[in-house]
Design a protein around this ligand. Sequence first.
Ligand code: ADP
Length: 190
Amino acid sequence: MLNLVLFGPPGAGKGTQADFLIEKFRLIHLSTGDLLRNQIAAETELGLEAKCYMNKGFLVPDSIVIAMIKTKLQENKDTQGFIFDGFPRTVAQAKALDELLNENGTPVSGMCCLCVEKDELVNRLLTRGKTSGRPDDQDVSIIENRIQIYAEKTMPIKDYYMEQNKYHMIDGMGSVEEIAHRLIDTVAAL
Ligand code: ADP
């Protein structure tokens, strides 16, 4: 089983690259951002709560996203593996994921971090905001807030995976296809 953590700042291209990896390795894509946006669209209680955090660029509480991932793991016990996209985003989430996966005896195989320069991130997010309709992609101060929260709360996860020899840095600058090749080569060698 291949359990891949796709990591990187907002706008790094995790969702775009996940599509290539799913096709190549036949994995189930678990994006907490997509799962949360589905809850918002369905106007569930969880969605209403999450929306307040997301629209301002803050992280949704750990308990909410961990419970969502737990449900998805239970629903997909027969898969060849998962791509975790946008999760974990805090060290507490990384530890919770390890516990959940260890229950099935299938640990995280590796963590691939897409590294992209900050100016490029802001440009990509503003461009996406023109068509995505995402409120958090349309305002520079909200985008800056997300990038700062990534640096403060999410970057420490890098050390968590480094200590386990699971961290892989991928250059996230260049064409979508170039980056996909780099990622696929790294994942194939895991
Ligand atoms: P991006 O990578 O472009 O920020 P996502 O779709 O992954 O986009 O996330 C959008 C928003 O959803 C985040 O800013 C955050 O509010 C919320 N979110 C997604 N995943 C998590 C998570 N694992 N923990 C906390 N909040 C999350």
